[in-house]
Design a protein. Sequence first.
Length: 130
Amino acid sequence: MMAGLITNGSVYAAYLLLTFADMGHKTAMSLLFVAGMMLSYNMNKRWTFASTEAREATLWRFVAAYAAAYVLNFLAMWVAVDRMGIPHYLVQAVNIVVISALLFIAQKYWIFAAAPVAGSGLGGCDSAGR
């Protein structure tokens, strides 16, 4: 949880600085999404979920989830800011909260989920391992 607060708080502060300096809202979001993604992978794999799975096993799932999240973020900015005229800083603040929650769920149950332990009763085996 702390990793998410640090990452998202830092990314949002940088977003506000970049847009205040006249960078476009979608450009700033795009650049910072990549930076936040790199921070998030390492922090969440090591600390939040303490995943011991090999990088090869988790990285493709992580990239797939974050690619979908990026598209969702970009579309929300395009619709809410560019089409509806809602201030970009409000839209991005909501996006960060909603998308972070969705990504946390994806990371907990898909990206960094622990594989079932043999003989644990999970994965179709009964307690006798049949």
